[in-house]
Ligand binder design. Structure first.
Ligand SMILES: [Zn+2]
Length: 115
């Protein structure tokens, strides 16, 4: 499953970070997930539960911050919200558009408990 390998990568990064801080306990992990990141939120939540189970983040609260996709038009420079990968500028109908955000899938922050 796509989401499970993502979740395992996330846990790996979290554990690496915790080790740097000489800590065995991660108290919280904040994830940022763009609505167009290609990840199914429920599947990712399920996968994260599995992935953290025997890790240093086993007791961590996982927070999911969803980011609405925003595109920008290269022609008229307007920004607009979108739910599509193929987007047309609603102001000038140009297809020359790019994403500002919404495709990210990343760890925003990790709360580590220090003894
Ligand atoms: Zn435009």
């Amino acid at each position: 499953m796509h989401e499970l390998s993502i979740a395992m990568q996330i846990v790996e990064i979290v554990e690496e970070e915790a080790r740097k801080h000489d800590s065995a306990q991660v108290s919280a992990v904040h994830l940022e997930i763009g609505t167009l990141s290609g990840v199914e939120p429920d599947a990712l939540k399920f996968a994260m539960e599995e992935a953290v189970r025997h890790s240093m983040a086993a007791k961590a609260d996982i927070f999911y911050h969803f980011i609405e996709a925003v595109a920008v038009c290269e022609e008229c420079c307007h920004e607009f919200k979108t739910q599509d990968y193929f987007k047309v500028c609603p102001y000038c109908n140009s297809i020359n558009t790019g994403f500002l955000k919404g495709k990210e899938l990343k760890i925003k922050s990790i709360d580590i408990q220090t003894n």
